[in-house]
Ligand binder design. Structure first.
Ligand SMILES: Nc1ncnc2c1ncn2[C@@H]1O[C@H](COP(=O)(O)OP(=O)(O)OP(=O)(O)O)[C@@H](O)[C@H]1O
Ligand SMILES: [Mg+2]
Length: 489
């Protein structure tokens, strides 16, 4: 028989407490080949050893000087609850000991006289169960620690994410974007389905997250799925889940995003790309709050807020018969249209400064700002890729800027530096401008923006804030553009 050893590889320690020397010696003889054996003549000595040594098993006599064995073992429990407790008894009536055994206070009793071999087997079994309990206990403690760490980490990440997608990170002072923010704020506190529309790069993703993280569902998940990115079956399995074997490659049961987003929000990006079959399934979730995984016979209830986005004209798709009308109305309970950047050029300076500051900090550069000529070009550019294109342009410049402290025209990429396209300025209400002369066109636009800002804010300092330029620059610019100073009137 191989003797069990503890986790560090040394033999287990056993304590024998008996006032009869003969019994102590014969027990010691029986066990000392396999274990480290300690002996004590009475309870005090025994407890002193318990305090000092890592005792795995205690054998106590039923009657000790000044204390019963049961009382002694009670004290052992207080000091070392995991030690296995055994009792020697010389009486035929073992009722009181049986009670202690049944209450779990004593592992087993050993009737005197004992068979040495039987005792070894019993001790051996007891220690096996001891090693399992202590191992379990330390595993449970490690698990508790790991769980607590995970919980903390989760909490931290959640706060981090909430901060990153907070409303404050949405930038823009134009009336058009301010209207978007107003609707967002109102809708964030509700469960209403939201349809976001807008060209690529206008901020649909950012807006969807901000709505989720500003609402009551923020402690639930935000899951996003691009509906145009996957073949039909895979998209269906992503969204609704599948049962094992429901299609080639489905090796395991899988939960869908709707189930994962339970109590949270699902963001269905590029909803205009879905096929008719998928549209029926989406309609069912929106109507009944039920999903059926691929290959499953049962449906599951989910409580999920839906935010959908598209850069296509869904109404037109409906007219063309490419998008279900009923689904369209289900989705656009609240519709938020994010205007393209070229229709809210007032936002360009603030956004440009914001991205500059951000990139400059991240890349450890000391760039302070843009020359007026650069800002003119940024404001005049067409930005077909919208905010994303502006952000990329500025990040590219910062990355290549070296130790320059101001961004100059030669640093702009060619298509931004070149002739600005202003063909929609008239659609925005501006006077017709001479496209042949870029400088004139830009000056015209500036006048229009400044006038608008002054009218809206009523003061030069507020107007300069709105335009995202220092007050002195505004003053200089107005002078150069031959504009009247309202404060001087
Ligand atoms: N108002 C804003 N303030 C600050 N950053 C913005 C704003 N709008 C957009 N951005 C930034 O512009 C980039 C593009 O935004 P986003 O990914 O949300 O656009 P999108 O509408 O989802 O585009 P796509 O249709 O191509 O998916 C992101 O880096 C986003 O952080
Ligand atoms: Mg997007």
């Amino acid at each position: 028989m191989v003797s069990p050893v503890d986790a560090s590889g040394s033999p287990y320690a056993i304590l024998i407490v008996d006032d009869e020397e003969g019994i102590r010696e014969s027990l010691e003889l029986t066990l000392c080949d396999d274990y480290r054996v300690f002996t004590a003549r009475n309870a005090q000595e025994g407890l002193a050893i318990i305090e000092r040594e890592k005792i795995a098993l205690v054998i106590a006599d039923q009657v000790l000087p000044g204390m019963t064995g049961v009382e002694f073992l009670e004290k052992v429990i207080e000091r070392n609850p995991s030690a296995i407790r055994m009792m020697l008894t010389g009486y035929a009536d073992v009722a009181s000991i049986m009670r202690a055994v049944n209450e779990g206070r004593i592992y087993r009793y050993i009737p005197k006289p004992w068979e040495p071999e039987e005792l070894r087997v019993n001790v051996r079994r007891a220690l096996e169960s001891y090693s399992l309990t202590t191992e379990n206990a330390s595993l449970a403690a490690a698990l508790r620690d790991a769980n607590e760490r995970l919980r903390q980490e989760n909490l931290y990440l959640r706060r981090e994410v909430q901060r990153r997608y907070a409303f404050e990170n949405l930038i823009g002072s134009s009336p058009a974007i301010q209207r978007v923010f107003e609707v967002m704020e109102k809708v964030a506190g509700t469960d209403a389905t939201v349809l976001l529309s807008g060209e690529t790069g206008t901020g649909k993703d950012l807006v969807a997250r901000a709505i989720h993280y500003a609402g009551a569902r923020k402690s639930g998940r935000f899951v996003a799925q691009n509906c145009g990115a996957l073949p039909d079956t895979l998209l269906e399995s992503e969204l609704f889940g599948h049962k094992r074997g429901s299609f080639t490659g489905a090796h395991e049961d899988k939960k869908g995003l709707f189930e994962l987003a339970h109590n949270g929000t699902i963001f269905l990006d590029e909803i205009g790309e879905t096929n008719p079959g998928m549209q029926v399934r989406l309609l069912r979730v929106l109507q009944d709050g039920e999903v059926r995984p691929l290959g499953a016979s049962d449906v599951r209830k989910v409580d999920v807020r839906v935010i959908a986005a598209t850069n296509r004209d869904l109404r037109k798709l409906v007219q063309e018969g490419a998008f279900r009308e009923d689904l369209y109305y289900r989705l656009r309970v609240v519709e938020i249209t994010i205007p393209p950047l070229r229709e809210r050029r007032e936002d360009i300076p603030v956004l440009a400064h914001h991205f500059l500051e951000d990139a400059s900090k991240r890349m450890n550069r000391g760039i302070k700002g843009f020359t007026n000529a650069v800002m003119d070009r940024l404001v005049a550019h067409q930005w077909s890729g919208n905010v994303r294109e502006l952000q990329n342009e500025i990040e590219r410049i910062v990355a290549l800027a070296g130790d320059a402290d101001t961004i100059t025209v030669d640093m702009l990429s060619e298509h931004v530096r070149g002739r600005p396209a202003l063909d929609d300025a008239s659609a925005g209400g501006a006077e017709a401008v001479d496209l042949a002369d870029m400088n004139l066109a830009v000056d015209d636009l500036k006048r229009k923006l400044i006038r608008q800002a002054l009218e809206e804010t009523g003061s030069k300092s507020k107007a300069s804030e709105k335009l995202g330029i220092p007050r002195q620059s505004l003053q200089k610019m107005m002078k150069r553009l031959g504009m009247k100073d309202p404060g001087a009137e």
